[in-house]
Design a protein around this ligand. Structure first.
Ligand code: FES
Ligand SMILES: [Fe+2]
Length: 313
Protein backbone atom coordinates (compact mmCIF):
# COMPACT_ATOMS: atom_id res chain seq x y z
CA UNK A 1 0.00 0.00 0.00
CA UNK A 2 1.44 3.35 -1.04
CA UNK A 3 2.15 5.93 1.59
CA UNK A 4 -0.46 8.70 1.76
CA UNK A 5 1.93 11.56 0.97
CA UNK A 6 1.38 14.77 -0.95
CA UNK A 7 -1.92 14.99 -2.85
CA UNK A 8 -4.03 12.34 -4.48
CA UNK A 9 -4.27 12.03 -8.24
CA UNK A 10 -7.72 12.79 -9.57
CA UNK A 11 -10.50 15.21 -10.41
CA UNK A 12 -11.14 17.85 -7.76
CA UNK A 13 -13.93 20.40 -7.55
CA UNK A 14 -12.47 23.91 -7.37
CA UNK A 15 -15.65 25.97 -7.79
CA UNK A 16 -19.35 25.89 -8.39
CA UNK A 17 -19.93 26.83 -12.02
CA UNK A 18 -22.17 29.70 -10.92
CA UNK A 19 -19.28 31.32 -9.03
CA UNK A 20 -17.46 31.97 -12.31
CA UNK A 21 -19.88 33.85 -14.53
CA UNK A 22 -18.72 35.28 -17.87
CA UNK A 23 -16.06 37.91 -17.18
CA UNK A 24 -15.38 36.76 -13.61
CA UNK A 25 -11.83 36.14 -12.41
CA UNK A 26 -11.45 33.83 -9.44
CA UNK A 27 -8.40 33.19 -7.31
CA UNK A 28 -8.01 29.53 -6.38
CA UNK A 29 -5.73 28.22 -3.64
CA UNK A 30 -5.38 24.47 -3.86
CA UNK A 31 -2.68 21.79 -3.59
CA UNK A 32 -0.44 24.32 -1.87
CA UNK A 33 -0.49 26.42 -5.06
CA UNK A 34 -2.00 29.62 -6.43
CA UNK A 35 -4.22 29.32 -9.49
CA UNK A 36 -6.49 31.65 -11.40
CA UNK A 37 -9.74 30.78 -13.15
CA UNK A 38 -11.86 32.93 -15.42
CA UNK A 39 -14.71 32.58 -17.85
CA UNK A 40 -14.31 34.14 -21.26
CA UNK A 41 -16.99 35.70 -23.42
CA UNK A 42 -17.33 32.39 -25.26
CA UNK A 43 -18.60 30.88 -22.00
CA UNK A 44 -15.63 28.59 -21.37
CA UNK A 45 -13.66 28.47 -18.11
CA UNK A 46 -9.84 28.58 -18.18
CA UNK A 47 -7.45 27.80 -15.36
CA UNK A 48 -3.78 28.78 -15.15
CA UNK A 49 -1.00 29.08 -12.61
CA UNK A 50 -1.56 32.46 -11.02
CA UNK A 51 1.76 34.30 -11.02
CA UNK A 52 2.52 36.35 -14.11
CA UNK A 53 5.76 35.33 -15.89
CA UNK A 54 6.58 39.04 -16.31
CA UNK A 55 7.10 40.45 -12.83
CA UNK A 56 5.07 38.00 -10.83
CA UNK A 57 1.73 39.68 -10.15
CA UNK A 58 -1.17 37.45 -9.11
CA UNK A 59 -3.55 37.32 -12.07
CA UNK A 60 -6.40 36.37 -9.75
CA UNK A 61 -6.09 39.52 -7.64
CA UNK A 62 -7.10 42.52 -9.70
CA UNK A 63 -6.80 40.77 -13.07
CA UNK A 64 -9.67 41.14 -15.52
CA UNK A 65 -11.13 39.42 -18.54
CA UNK A 66 -10.85 40.80 -22.06
CA UNK A 67 -12.70 38.65 -24.58
CA UNK A 68 -11.48 35.15 -23.78
CA UNK A 69 -8.17 36.32 -22.30
CA UNK A 70 -7.07 37.29 -18.84
CA UNK A 71 -5.30 40.60 -18.35
CA UNK A 72 -2.61 40.99 -15.72
CA UNK A 73 -3.33 43.81 -13.24
CA UNK A 74 0.30 45.00 -13.24
CA UNK A 75 1.33 45.79 -16.86
CA UNK A 76 -1.67 44.42 -18.76
CA UNK A 77 -0.02 41.45 -20.44
CA UNK A 78 -2.74 39.16 -21.77
CA UNK A 79 -2.87 35.37 -21.62
CA UNK A 80 -5.08 32.83 -23.32
CA UNK A 81 -6.44 29.60 -21.86
CA UNK A 82 -3.34 27.68 -22.98
CA UNK A 83 -1.27 29.97 -20.83
CA UNK A 84 0.39 31.71 -23.81
CA UNK A 85 1.00 35.43 -23.62
CA UNK A 86 -0.93 36.84 -26.58
CA UNK A 87 -0.52 40.55 -26.10
CA UNK A 88 1.79 43.06 -24.48
CA UNK A 89 0.22 46.46 -25.05
CA UNK A 90 3.54 48.34 -25.10
CA UNK A 91 5.89 45.81 -26.75
CA UNK A 92 6.49 44.82 -30.38
CA UNK A 93 7.54 41.25 -29.62
CA UNK A 94 6.21 38.67 -27.16
CA UNK A 95 8.94 36.59 -25.54
CA UNK A 96 8.47 32.82 -26.10
CA UNK A 97 8.99 32.07 -22.43
CA UNK A 98 6.08 34.29 -21.45
CA UNK A 99 3.93 31.28 -20.67
CA UNK A 100 1.96 29.93 -17.76
CA UNK A 101 0.97 26.38 -16.96
CA UNK A 102 -2.57 25.62 -17.98
CA UNK A 103 -4.55 23.20 -15.79
CA UNK A 104 -6.57 20.37 -17.25
CA UNK A 105 -10.12 21.06 -16.17
CA UNK A 106 -13.74 20.52 -17.03
CA UNK A 107 -17.14 21.79 -16.15
CA UNK A 108 -19.65 19.12 -15.30
CA UNK A 109 -22.77 18.77 -13.18
CA UNK A 110 -22.68 22.45 -12.27
CA UNK A 111 -19.12 22.16 -10.95
CA UNK A 112 -15.67 23.13 -12.15
CA UNK A 113 -13.11 20.35 -11.75
CA UNK A 114 -9.35 20.40 -12.16
CA UNK A 115 -7.22 17.38 -12.78
CA UNK A 116 -4.37 17.05 -10.30
CA UNK A 117 -1.50 14.67 -10.86
CA UNK A 118 1.86 15.33 -9.26
CA UNK A 119 3.43 13.27 -12.07
CA UNK A 120 1.80 15.46 -14.71
CA UNK A 121 -0.17 12.63 -16.35
CA UNK A 122 -3.46 12.95 -18.22
CA UNK A 123 -6.80 12.00 -16.63
CA UNK A 124 -7.29 8.25 -16.36
CA UNK A 125 -10.95 8.23 -15.37
CA UNK A 126 -14.02 10.34 -15.98
CA UNK A 127 -16.68 12.08 -13.89
CA UNK A 128 -20.05 10.78 -15.03
CA UNK A 129 -22.91 13.11 -15.91
CA UNK A 130 -25.36 13.52 -13.08
CA UNK A 131 -28.62 12.59 -14.70
CA UNK A 132 -31.08 15.46 -14.78
CA UNK A 133 -28.65 18.13 -13.53
CA UNK A 134 -29.06 21.41 -15.38
CA UNK A 135 -32.51 20.47 -16.69
CA UNK A 136 -35.70 22.16 -15.54
CA UNK A 137 -36.65 18.93 -13.76
CA UNK A 138 -34.02 19.27 -11.04
CA UNK A 139 -32.96 22.03 -8.70
CA UNK A 140 -29.37 23.32 -8.73
CA UNK A 141 -26.56 23.27 -6.14
CA UNK A 142 -26.38 26.03 -3.59
CA UNK A 143 -22.72 27.06 -3.26
CA UNK A 144 -22.12 25.54 0.19
CA UNK A 145 -18.51 25.53 1.29
CA UNK A 146 -16.70 24.60 4.49
CA UNK A 147 -13.04 24.99 5.34
CA UNK A 148 -11.81 22.14 7.52
CA UNK A 149 -8.43 21.64 9.13
CA UNK A 150 -7.91 18.02 8.35
CA UNK A 151 -6.46 15.64 5.78
CA UNK A 152 -8.61 14.24 2.94
CA UNK A 153 -8.09 10.67 4.14
CA UNK A 154 -10.25 11.42 7.20
CA UNK A 155 -13.18 12.46 5.02
CA UNK A 156 -12.78 9.41 2.84
CA UNK A 157 -12.73 7.00 5.77
CA UNK A 158 -16.34 7.87 6.55
CA UNK A 159 -17.40 5.75 3.62
CA UNK A 160 -16.25 2.54 5.32
CA UNK A 161 -16.69 3.54 8.95
CA UNK A 162 -19.86 1.72 9.84
CA UNK A 163 -19.51 2.03 13.60
CA UNK A 164 -19.46 5.84 13.80
CA UNK A 165 -23.04 6.31 12.56
CA UNK A 166 -24.88 5.61 15.83
CA UNK A 167 -22.29 7.38 17.98
CA UNK A 168 -21.67 10.48 15.91
CA UNK A 169 -24.84 10.88 13.85
CA UNK A 170 -27.42 9.13 16.01
CA UNK A 171 -28.33 6.90 13.07
CA UNK A 172 -29.30 3.25 13.24
CA UNK A 173 -27.65 1.34 10.45
CA UNK A 174 -29.37 -1.85 9.34
CA UNK A 175 -27.64 -2.60 6.06
CA UNK A 176 -24.09 -1.47 5.36
CA UNK A 177 -22.11 -2.61 2.35
CA UNK A 178 -19.03 -1.35 0.59
CA UNK A 179 -17.74 -2.09 -2.86
CA UNK A 180 -14.39 -1.00 -4.25
CA UNK A 181 -13.77 -1.30 -7.97
CA UNK A 182 -11.04 0.53 -9.87
CA UNK A 183 -11.46 4.26 -9.13
CA UNK A 184 -14.96 3.79 -7.68
CA UNK A 185 -15.91 3.20 -4.05
CA UNK A 186 -19.52 2.59 -3.10
CA UNK A 187 -21.34 2.56 0.20
CA UNK A 188 -24.89 1.18 0.37
CA UNK A 189 -26.64 1.92 3.60
CA UNK A 190 -30.12 1.74 4.94
CA UNK A 191 -31.50 2.34 8.39
CA UNK A 192 -33.27 4.88 10.51
CA UNK A 193 -32.24 8.47 11.12
CA UNK A 194 -33.55 10.72 13.84
CA UNK A 195 -33.56 14.27 12.44
CA UNK A 196 -32.87 17.03 14.94
CA UNK A 197 -36.32 18.45 14.31
CA UNK A 198 -37.90 15.29 15.71
CA UNK A 199 -39.51 12.21 14.20
CA UNK A 200 -37.87 9.29 12.43
CA UNK A 201 -36.76 8.88 8.82
CA UNK A 202 -36.20 5.55 7.16
CA UNK A 203 -33.43 6.04 4.67
CA UNK A 204 -31.73 4.06 1.99
CA UNK A 205 -28.79 5.47 0.13
CA UNK A 206 -26.02 4.69 -2.28
CA UNK A 207 -22.96 6.88 -1.94
CA UNK A 208 -20.39 6.67 -4.72
CA UNK A 209 -16.91 8.12 -4.87
CA UNK A 210 -15.69 8.68 -8.40
CA UNK A 211 -12.00 8.98 -7.70
CA UNK A 212 -10.57 10.19 -4.39
CA UNK A 213 -12.53 13.39 -3.83
CA UNK A 214 -15.97 13.59 -5.44
CA UNK A 215 -18.94 11.73 -4.01
CA UNK A 216 -22.54 11.61 -5.16
CA UNK A 217 -25.17 10.08 -2.89
CA UNK A 218 -28.47 8.97 -4.28
CA UNK A 219 -31.16 8.90 -1.62
CA UNK A 220 -34.25 6.80 -2.12
CA UNK A 221 -37.41 7.74 -0.23
CA UNK A 222 -40.46 9.93 -0.46
CA UNK A 223 -38.39 12.62 -2.14
CA UNK A 224 -35.56 11.11 -4.17
CA UNK A 225 -32.56 13.37 -3.82
CA UNK A 226 -28.95 13.57 -4.87
CA UNK A 227 -26.27 14.82 -2.58
CA UNK A 228 -22.84 16.21 -3.35
CA UNK A 229 -19.82 15.89 -1.08
CA UNK A 230 -16.55 16.94 -2.65
CA UNK A 231 -13.32 17.90 -0.97
CA UNK A 232 -10.23 19.60 -2.33
CA UNK A 233 -6.99 20.04 -0.42
CA UNK A 234 -5.93 23.65 0.13
CA UNK A 235 -2.63 22.40 1.50
CA UNK A 236 -1.54 19.32 3.43
CA UNK A 237 -3.42 20.30 6.57
CA UNK A 238 -6.63 21.93 5.37
CA UNK A 239 -9.28 21.44 2.72
CA UNK A 240 -12.49 22.79 1.27
CA UNK A 241 -15.58 20.67 1.51
CA UNK A 242 -18.42 21.42 -0.90
CA UNK A 243 -21.77 19.88 -0.20
CA UNK A 244 -25.33 20.20 -1.31
CA UNK A 245 -28.48 18.51 -2.36
CA UNK A 246 -30.69 18.63 -5.42
CA UNK A 247 -34.29 17.55 -5.72
CA UNK A 248 -36.79 17.08 -8.50
CA UNK A 249 -38.41 20.49 -8.97
CA UNK A 250 -41.88 20.96 -7.62
CA UNK A 251 -44.27 23.68 -8.74
CA UNK A 252 -43.90 25.65 -5.53
CA UNK A 253 -40.44 27.25 -5.78
CA UNK A 254 -40.52 28.75 -2.29
CA UNK A 255 -41.46 25.49 -0.71
CA UNK A 256 -38.62 23.76 -2.49
CA UNK A 257 -36.10 26.44 -1.54
CA UNK A 258 -37.15 26.09 2.10
CA UNK A 259 -36.90 22.33 1.91
CA UNK A 260 -33.42 22.50 0.37
CA UNK A 261 -32.30 24.96 3.00
CA UNK A 262 -33.56 22.73 5.79
CA UNK A 263 -31.93 19.75 4.12
CA UNK A 264 -28.61 21.55 3.77
CA UNK A 265 -28.83 22.68 7.41
CA UNK A 266 -29.34 19.09 8.46
CA UNK A 267 -26.35 18.03 6.36
CA UNK A 268 -24.31 20.76 7.96
CA UNK A 269 -25.22 19.48 11.42
CA UNK A 270 -24.03 16.03 10.32
CA UNK A 271 -20.76 17.46 9.02
CA UNK A 272 -20.16 19.48 12.17
CA UNK A 273 -20.40 16.25 14.14
CA UNK A 274 -17.73 14.69 11.93
CA UNK A 275 -15.60 17.83 11.70
CA UNK A 276 -15.06 18.12 15.43
CA UNK A 277 -13.60 14.62 15.33
CA UNK A 278 -11.59 15.13 12.15
CA UNK A 279 -9.98 18.35 13.35
CA UNK A 280 -8.88 16.87 16.65
CA UNK A 281 -7.86 13.32 15.91
CA UNK A 282 -4.64 11.64 14.86
CA UNK A 283 -4.35 9.23 11.96
CA UNK A 284 -3.67 5.66 13.03
CA UNK A 285 -1.60 3.91 10.43
CA UNK A 286 -2.32 0.63 12.22
CA UNK A 287 -5.69 1.03 13.92
CA UNK A 288 -6.87 -1.69 16.28
CA UNK A 289 -10.03 -2.79 14.51
CA UNK A 290 -12.74 -5.29 15.40
CA UNK A 291 -14.73 -7.53 13.07
CA UNK A 292 -17.81 -5.28 13.28
CA UNK A 293 -15.96 -2.19 12.04
CA UNK A 294 -16.49 -1.53 8.35
CA UNK A 295 -13.87 -2.64 5.80
CA UNK A 296 -11.43 0.16 6.60
CA UNK A 297 -8.46 -1.87 5.44
CA UNK A 298 -9.95 -2.48 2.00
CA UNK A 299 -10.95 1.17 1.83
CA UNK A 300 -7.39 2.27 2.57
CA UNK A 301 -5.96 -0.01 -0.11
CA UNK A 302 -8.47 1.47 -2.57
CA UNK A 303 -7.61 5.04 -1.54
CA UNK A 304 -3.85 4.49 -1.72
CA UNK A 305 -4.07 3.88 -5.51
CA UNK A 306 -4.43 7.64 -5.97
CA UNK A 307 -1.08 8.22 -4.26
CA UNK A 308 0.74 5.40 -6.01
CA UNK A 309 3.09 6.41 -8.83
CA UNK A 310 1.51 5.21 -12.08
CA UNK A 311 4.48 3.00 -12.88
CA UNK A 312 3.80 1.01 -9.70
CA UNK A 313 0.00 0.98 -9.92
S1 FES B 1 3.55 41.38 -13.78
FE1 FES B 1 2.01 40.78 -15.16
S2 FES B 1 2.16 42.14 -16.76
FE2 FES B 1 3.76 42.70 -15.46
FE1 LIG C 1 -19.83 10.80 9.34
Amino acid sequence: MAEIKGYARGWFVVAYATEIAVGVVKRLQYFGQELVAWRGEDGAVRILDAFCPHLGAHLGVGGCVDGDHIVCPFHAWQFDGEGDCVEIPYAAKIPKQAKLRSWTHMERNGLVFVWFDSEGGAPDYDIPLLEGYGTPKWSAWEPNLLRIDTHPREIIENIADKAHFPTVHGTEVEVFENEFTDHIAIQRTSGVAYPRGGGTDRFSLTATYYGPAYMITEMAGVLPSKMLVAHTPIDETSLHLRFGVILPRVADDDKMARFIEAYADNLLIGFREDIQLWENKVYRVRPRLVAEDGPLGRMRVWYSQFYTPRAEA
